[in-house]
Structure formats: structure tokens, C-alpha cells
Design a protein around this ligand. Structure first.
Ligand SMILES: Nc1ncnc2c1ncn2[C@@H]1O[C@H](COP(=O)(O)OP(=O)(O)OP(=O)(O)O)[C@@H](O)[C@H]1O
Ligand SMILES: [Mg+2]
Length: 391
């Protein structure tokens, strides 16, 4: 179509041009008229010469004859040149038409590529988005600027879709973990009550030589009970009415009951911290778990520094310990359930803390250097958004 658009007017203009030129040239040449004038002029000159003429008159006649011959000669030459230049004009016109055709086809090809290549690319992207594969990071910049706008829009859409997919997957996984934890806690609790009663009876009536054995039984039963409690906590999302919580007061209380005296604790925070609207018991559990890990990491001696500050819209709690630190492979997984490096650990402490932070629309993360210590940060929003807040 584009070639036709270019060719039709070019051919028309060329034809009109060639026609006009040939007509103008034939008008200009007027060779036959000159031939006739020459013929009649020669007859007139011959007649004039046969008459008796003065020297001046003969000179005038000779001049006229020379002029006449020169004009006829010029007319013939012009005709000769005009005939050949017409051929040149036609050849030039054909060349121009060919050049225009080639140029038009190149322009047409370029324009169609400008449209089709970015469109192909975008169609490819829709396939990648559909199957959840990533869009290439640095694509060739193809097509008009509008395509760049389209690309940016598609990238944003793909990212949002990806985030949504990942969230849905995480939520599904978390629910599956919670479900198995609930069942496990339930199965564990049933035999624990009779075991506890039996151990109590044994404590009272066991002979002296069995006392150590009974103590081992009692300790293991208590450990199982703690484990059942952890599983039960993890299997349940924070519930109950939300309240305004003084985080400094809560953290101070938890630190007092969790950190043994052998370890040095500092708490830095001021009274101007805003109250956080949240779930009291789950927050106590989350901070207890983080502090228990710090205590475990410090071992026999060490330092735990707790900091609280307001950095809108969050109240940020940091727990820094001088323990042995966390290996990088554990660091990236330790908020997942059942990840533990401790004998007898459930690997649920930090998973419960993260679950609590999720329920508050907050965040928990960690930085650690092996041999130096670990810092856990909990960011709690002061106000939760209401739509998706209540668990
Ligand atoms: N402050 C810390 N210093 C060193 N390692 C830590 C620290 N906090 C967590 N970890 C590592 O992360 C793992 C997971 O911690 P998490 O609290 O979830 O489970 P756990 O402490 O192993 O078990 P549980 O909490 O049931 O006693 C720990 O086993 C430990 O390896
Ligand atoms: Mg723990």
C-alpha cells in the first residue's frame, strides 16, 4: 500500500512533466518554420542578387543571408539536442521512479518493523506473565515511545501479579504449616496429661534409687509440654480484642522475666513512644521468643541490648546480642517454621514471631555476623489498617 501511495503520484508527476517538456521543446524548436523561412529567404535573396545592387546593398544582402544560415543552423542543432535530451529526461524519470520505489519499500519495511517487532515482543511477554516467568530485564528498545509506556505498564502489572502469587503461595504454605502444627499439638496434649499425673505420683512414691530416672521423666514431660504449647501457639493466629499497648513497658517486663541475671541487659527507649494498637499476648510471645534466642546465643555470659524508637509509621524494637552469630544459610531460612540448630528446639520461635508481626502488618528481620552477634529488628506499625487486620 505504501509503495502504491509513493509510486502512483510519482508516475503521474513524471508523465505530466515529460509531456509538458516535450511539448515545450517542440514549441521552442520550431525547426520546420525556420526551414520554410530559409527556403523563401534564399529565393528572395537570389531574386535580389539578380537585380543591380550597390556595394552597400550587396553587403546588407550578404549579412542577411549569413544571419539566415546561422539561424537555420541553430534551429537544426537545437532540434538535434532536444531529441536526445528527451531520451535523457525519460531515462532520468525512470531512474527517479525506481529510486522512489526502493526508498518507499525500505520506509514501508521500517515502519512495519516498528509496529510488528514491539508487538511481537509484548505478545511474548504476555506468555511469560501467564506462566509466571520473569520478563527480561534489559530488552532492546523497539518502536515508538508509546510502546515504552506499554512496556512499563506491563512490567508493573507483572510485578504486582508476581507479588500476589507469592503472597498467595506463602499464605497457603503458612496455613498448611499451621494445620499440621495444630494437629501435632492436639495429638501431643492428649497423652501428656496422664503422663504428668503419673510422673507426679512416681515423684511421691518412687524409691530413692529411681529418683534420678523419675526426674529425667519429669524433665522430658515438661519439654514435651513446652513443645506442645509452641505447636499450639503456631497453629493459632493472634486473636482476641486488640488494645493500645505500651511497648516499652511490655518489653521491659518480658526482658525481666526472660533474661537470666548472669547476662547484662540494657533497654534504651523513651516515654514519648506512641502506643501500638495490637494483640498483647501474641506480642509478649514474639518478644519472648526473640529474647530467648538471644539468651541461648549468649550462653554463659554476654550482653543483650534492647532499643526502642519511633520511626513513623513504625515503633522499632531492636534486640542485639553478643552471641556467636548465625551462619548465612540459617539466616535466610530461620523465620520459616521447623528451622532449628538446637538439640530439642522446635524451630517455631521465630516463625511464631513472624506470624505475629504479619498479623500486625509489621516486619521482622535479622542481621548477624558470625563470632560477633546478632540483631533482630521488629517493626510494628503504630496504627494497623483495618480492612485486613483482624485475623
Ligand atoms: N540471636 C540468635 N543468635 C544465634 N542464632 C539464632 C538467634 N536467633 C535465632 N537463631 C537461629 O535460628 C534458629 C531458629 O530459631 P527459632 O527461635 O525459630 O527456633 P529454636 O530457637 O531453634 O527453637 P525454639 O524456639 O523452639 O527453642 C535457631 O535454632 C538458631 O540457630
Ligand atoms: Mg527460639
Amino acid at each position: 500500500m505504501l509503495i502504491l501511495f509513493a509510486l502512483v503520484p510519482t508516475v503521474a508527476v513524471t508523465l505530466v512533466g515529460v509531456g509538458t517538456a516535450s511539448r515545450a521543446l517542440s514549441l521552442l524548436s520550431a525547426r520546420s518554420a525556420w526551414e520554410r523561412i530559409a527556403l523563401s529567404g534564399e529565393q528572395a535573396l537570389a531574386a535580389t542578387r539578380s537585380a543591380p545592387l550597390t556595394v552597400e546593398q550587396r553587403a546588407v544582402v550578404d549579412r542577411h543571408e549569413a544571419e539566415l544560415r546561422q539561424s537555420v543552423e541553430l534551429a537544426r542543432r537545437f532540434d538535434f539536442v532536444a531529441a536526445r535530451s528527451m531520451r535523457l529526461v525519460v531515462a532520468g524519470a525512470v531512474l527517479v521512479v525506481l529510486l522512489v520505489a526502493v526508498g518507499a519499500s525500505r520506509v514501508a519495511g521500517h515502519l512495519s518493523r516498528q509496529l510488528s517487532r514491539p508487538l511481537d515482543e509484548l505478545v511474548g511477554w504476555t506468555g511469560l506473565i501467564r506462566t509466571g516467568r520473569p520478563i527480561p530485564e534489559q530488552p532492546e528498545r523497539l518502536g515508538a515511545p508509546e510502546f515504552e509506556v506499554l512496556r512499563t505498564g506491563m512490567r508493573t502489572m507483572a510485578q504486582e501479579l508476581d507479588t500476589g502469587r507469592r503472597r498467595a503461595l506463602d499464605a497457603e504454605r503458612a496455613e498448611a504449616f499451621r494445620e499440621s502444627a495444630r494437629r501435632f499439638a492436639h495429638e501431643l496434649k492428649n497423652p501428656l496429661t496422664p503422663i504428668r499425673f503419673a510422673v507426679d505420683r512416681l515423684r511421691r512414691s518412687a524409691p530413692e534409687e529411681l529418683r534420678d530416672t523419675v526426674e529425667v521423666l519429669a524433665e522430658e514431660a515438661a519439654r514435651l509440654e513446652t513443645m506442645a504449647k509452641s505447636f499450639a501457639q503456631f497453629g493459632r493466629l493472634p486473636d482476641g480484642p486488640a488494645a493500645d499497648i505500651d511497648v516499652l513497658e511490655l518489653v521491659t517486663r518480658v526482658a525481666r522475666s526472660t533474661v537470666p541475671e548472669r547476662l547484662a541487659v540494657t533497654i534504651e527507649g523513651n516515654d514519648t513512644l506512641p502506643l501500638v494498637h495490637g494483640f498483647h499476648e501474641p506480642l509478649v510471645r514474639a518478644i519472648t521468643n526473640v529474647l530467648l534466642n538471644a539468651v541461648d546465643a549468649c550462653g554463659a555470659s554476654g550482653q543483650i541490648d534492647i532499643g526502642l524508637r519511633h520511626d513513623a509509621p513504625f515503633v522499632i524494637i531492636t534486640v542485639r546480642d553478643s552471641g556467636g552469630g548465625i551462619a548465612p544459610d540459617t539466616l535466610v531460612r530461620m523465620f520459616d517454621p521447623y528451622v532449628t540448630t538446637k538439640p530439642g528446639g522446635t524451630g517455631l520461635g521465630l516463625a511464631i514471631a513472624r506470624q505475629t508481626m504479619d498479623a500486625h502488618q509489621g516486619f521482622i528481620d535479622a542481621t548477624s555476623t558470625v563470632g560477633v552477634g546478632t540483631t533482630i529488628s521488629l517493626r510494628l506499625p503504630v496504627e494497623r489498617r483495618t480492612a485486613s487486620t483482624e485475623p
